[in-house]
Ligand binder design. Structure first.
Ligand code: SF4
Length: 429
């Protein structure tokens, strides 16, 4: 049920055009030559892995396979000390994000995802960009060895295993989790599972909980069934089904319990703000949390020709989701305009100002770390934007960032201003 009338001819009050459903259509996947399907090139070359593999490094992609190998985010690889580099305004990441890996790669074809199957002809799985960065491949034993040397002093507040769509993914997630918990106390560094419901049933959820996983999330990604079908289902020859994702999320609700399950949702793939926030409310009412991602046209994906989510849309949804998830505001307390964009957040101005100024609402959302319940361990530096136009802040926003956010929200105070690029200039010095 919707509390507004949709009018596609105008923009939300004071804002830019939304990434609406009519404009956010993925292109159709091309056919992959038979010889290149299922990791054909990597299997043909059969290069033996030899420790850490850095993607796109002018060497043959080795044939690496979970559970012996996983990929990890560039930020995690830098923090772990197996890759040189620095992140703009971030010392390190607090979440060790691991991604299962196979020469065949993910067998799904999600339109916004850099790992999708339709890229087989263009790029080997271990060399594909995902949430804007490369993912080096590393032996699981090496990762566990490094972290186990000093668990108490580890920079990581959480470890997360991201499943992909592959016939071995369920069993290998169990193996990776076992290898971790045999050496590292999951109470010291809790573990999250970013699940792949398509291949799972309730027994898989139970097994992961019994083995010590702390939080179970479902990458719903799409905010409505129609967007799900278009971007992850039959629309792109991909196997996922909205109902199956909900079924597994409801299993996780029962097995993991309140505050220990949730969903990932991408903002700006064609939904209205109302539709997305109603979903956030539904998940909160079930006892879970939502983790938001700002749509970014991932290079090589079926949506790389489409615009990133306008910043005003993104900031409104980020702020409203924070109010619903952590401040007890309900979607029914908010008011929406004819586009379904938030027109009123349902809080007195002074309270809203204090929350905006605190900045936490605009940080990356995800499973909590050790600082506070509403501060995510998973900071995913620049996973949904370039540093010049930050969507999810992987650090605590400071005064210049808050002015930029207020500017994007159309809520600068009297006499306050933000000049384009001010935040970048301040930290380039
Ligand atoms: S299932 Fe996950 S990893 Fe695979 S294509 Fe979809 S979003 Fe990407």
């Amino acid at each position: 049920m919707s509390c507004f009338e949709r009018d596609a001819s105008a923009t939300p009050t004071g804002g830019t055009a939304l990434n609406d459903f009519a404009h956010m259509a993925p292109r159709a996947p091309a056919r992959t030559p038979a010889a290149l399907r299922n990791g054909g090139r990597v299997k043909r070359d059969a290069a033996a892995p030899a420790g850490v593999y850095l993607p796109n490094n002018n060497v043959l992609t080795p044939s690496m396979r979970s559970p012996d190998y996983v990929q990890l985010s560039t930020a995690a690889a830098i923090t772990l000390g197996i890759m040189p580099g620095r992140m703009h305004r971030c010392g390190c990441t607090r979440c060790l994000n691991l991604l299962l890996t196979y020469p065949e790669g993910c067998r799904a074809n999600c339109a916004y995802c850099g790992l999708a199957r339709h890229r087989e002809a263009e790029r080997n799985y271990a060399d594909r960009n995902f949430i804007r960065v490369d993912w080096p491949a590393v032996p699981v034993a090496d990762i566990v060895d490094i972290v186990a040397q000093d668990v108490a002093g580890s920079p990581f507040h959480r470890m997360c295993i991201s499943m992909i769509t592959h016939p071995s993914s369920d069993a290998d997630t169990v193996s990776v989790l076992r290898r971790w918990t045999e050496r590292i106390d999951p109470d010291a560094i809790p573990v999250s599972i970013l699940s792949n419901p398509t291949t799972m049933d309730r027994a898989d959820v139970v097994r992961l909980r019994e083995l010590g996983a702390d939080i179970f999330t479902v990458a719903l990604d799409a905010a409505t069934p129609a967007i799900f079908e278009r971007t992850r289902g039959k629309g792109v020859q991909s196997p996922h089904r909205w109902d199956k994702y909900w079924e597994v999320m409801m299993d996780a609700r029962e097995v993991f319990g309140p505050q220990k399950f949730g969903a990932h949702i991408i903002v700006g793939m064609g939904e209205t703000e109302y539709e997305l926030l109603e979903l956030v409310q539904r998940i909160v009412d079930l006892g879970g949390h939502s983790h938001l991602f700002c749509f970014f046209p991932e290079r090589g994906s079926l949506m790389d020709h489409l615009p990133a989510t306008p910043r005003d849309q993104w900031r409104r949804v980020q702020l409203a989701r924070y109010l619903i998830d952590y401040r007890g505001v309900r979607v029914e307390h908010m008011r929406f305009d004819a586009h379904g964009a938030v027109a009123d957040f349902g809080l007195p101005q002074s309270e809203l100002d204090a929350i905006i100024d605190a900045g936490i609402a605009f940080r990356t959302s995800g499973c909590p770390g050790k600082f506070a319940d509403d501060i995510s361990a998973c900071d995913r530096p620049y996973g949904d934007s370039p540093p010049s136009d930050v969507a999810s802040y992987p650090f605590q926003p400071v005064a210049v960032d808050i002015r930029k956010i207020r500017h994007q929200l159309g809520r600068l105070r009297d006499g306050e201003r933000y000049d384009e690029g001010e935040d970048i200039e301040q930290f380039a010095r």
